[in-house]
Design a protein around this ligand. Structure first.
Ligand code: AMP
Length: 460
């Protein structure tokens, strides 16, 4: 069960939510509103525009979905006529994965109402979405491009939209969706309520808010551009050529059941995923070159625990919500500091504890400086050196694997008690597939031991 940040609000019922929504929340295991929910729900129910600074994992989806559903409740009906179910609320998200997750949440919260929801996104045949759209839905979750495709094909009308949500607005701008957003917004009725959510507040975001929101109330649950306090952040200073061996060691020693590993490029993601699999680690890659089915398959396997390391690029990982993800590793740190905030937001969601480790080579130090400026804090650093070249490293060019003899280098052979209790937890396989993964790993561990020196990250 996810541990959540408590608020002054004792319960959801004091926020004035309808009984059918409260029932669904209880069934979802929510008892206490998160801070963003406690603040945003009353504002949104009162009908005003909202600009909310909420990091990923704060419970922002329910913060906008619940008031939206509540306001549409009087219009809920069981008519079979599509005309009785026009799109009344539009939720725009930057990525397909986020769109899917948001719509899953909306469906869960609306399960005791007659309100209908649907998600449309690119990368799949548009014809498969059209019949569902034609039956009529009150809440539509969409990525901007696919929404415009439907509008062009005249399979969708937006003239009855009363509420618009821009989720992860900063990311939409980063991904170049501004022209699409402008086109979509021009098609919506002028009279409507707008709710905008963003993890970071740049000048561009403020301009977007000025353009599209009317006298918005500003809500911030954490310092803007801050990172979750419940995520332990660490930097391992390591040569680029040592990173792969270090990652393998870390994944094997940490008994890491669910780790997202971020790379900058699709190529590195694919290559790394293959290398990990060769080492007996259940890994898969998720990036823009994979089609939607492949991405969903990889994500489902990761959620089910049959894949323990998901190698992802920034765009592909956007919006992933894997509950209680204990760890993210930045194999390469991002050149855009905002991406760092988004990446580490994958762990420590809804108040759970998380660890974010960044591998930083000398060339990447400059990006680290920018990140620390943005998050307004220093990240603790450890110099990591490989004890001796691994069999893997050798096959990739042993001459490149440089032994370091710096005084700060961690040279703790093994079996040191971890600083993070998570690493000391025994592995508890819960499915047969998990057991198979462990078996494969142990066989391979014997075959290809990698003696990286990682203080505090030993298997118990
Ligand atoms: P979000 O930031 O909307 O992506 O939510 C992050 C995670 O927190 C999701 O798995 C939600 O199901 C969960 N969550 C949201 N609100 C609550 C709550 N009040 N109590 C417990 N879990 C929650």
């Amino acid at each position: 069960m996810t541990e959540i940040v408590t608020t002054d609000s004792p319960s959801f019922s004091t926020l004035g939510l309808a009984p059918e929504l409260l029932r669904a929340l209880t069934e979802s295991g929510y008892t206490i509103p998160t801070p963003i929910q406690a603040q945003a729900i009353p504002v949104a129910l009162a009908g005003g525009d909202l600009m909310a600074g909420a990091q990923t994992g704060t419970g922002k989806t329910a913060a906008f979905s619940l008031p939206l559903l509540q306001k549409l409740l009087p219009l809920a009906n069981n008519s079979t006529s599509p005309a009785k179910h026009p799109v009344r609320a539009l939720i725009l998200t930057p990525t397909r994965e986020l769109a899917i997750q948001v719509e899953e949440s909306v469906k869960a919260y609306a399960k005791h109402t007659q309100l209908r929801s649907l998600v449309v996104y690119g990368g799949v045949d548009i014809k498969t979405q059209t019949p569902h759209l034609k039956t009529g839905v009150e809440v539509l979750v969409a990525t901007p491009g696919r929404l415009l495709d439907h509008i062009e094909q005249k399979t969708l009308q937006l003239n009855q939209v009363q509420m618009l949500v821009l989720d992860e607005a900063d990311r939409m701008l980063d991904m170049g969706f501004m022209p699409d957003l402008k086109r979509i917004l021009a098609l919506l009725p002028k009279q409507r309520q707008n709710l905008m959510f963003s993890a970071t507040f740049s000048n561009e975001i403020k301009k977007l808010a000025d353009d599209f929101l009317t006298k918005p109330q500003l809500i911030e649950v954490a310092r803007s551009n801050a990172t979750n306090d419940n995520v332990t952040q660490k930097v391992y200073q390591v040569a680029q050529s040592d990173k792969e061996a270090l990652l393998i060691q870390l994944l094997k020693d940490a008994d890491a059941k669910q780790v997202i590993v971020f790379t900058k490029t699709k190529l590195t993601a694919s290559r790394l995923s293959r290398s990990l699999v060769r080492e007996g680690i259940a890994a898969d890659a998720i990036h823009g070159d994979k089609n939607q089915q492949e991405r969903i398959k990889a994500l489902d396997a990761f959620k089910a625990g049959t894949v323990s390391a998901l190698i992802a690029t920034d765009v592909a990982a956007r919006g992933l919500d894997i509950s209680e993800l204990p760890m993210v590793i930045n194999y390469e740190i991002p050149s855009a500091p905002e991406d760092y905030v988004h990446r580490i937001g994958r762990t420590g969601r809804a108040g759970a504890l998380g660890v974010a480790i960044s591998f930083v080579s000398d060339d990447e130090e400059k990006y680290l400086v920018e990140i620390e400026k943005l998050i307004k804090r220093q990240i603790s650093k450890e110099t990591v050196a490989l004890d001796r070249p691994s069999s893997r490293a050798r096959s990739h060019g042993a001459s490149q694997v440089k032994e370091r003899e710096t005084s700060t280098a961690r040279r703790i052979p093994s079996k040191k008690k971890s600083a993070d209790p998570w690493f000391d937890k025994p592995y508890e396989p819960n499915t047969q597939q998990d057991k198979n993964v462990v078996a494969t790993r142990q066989i391979n561990t014997k075959k290809a031991p990698v003696a990286a020196l990682l203080g505090g990250l030993s298997r118990k």
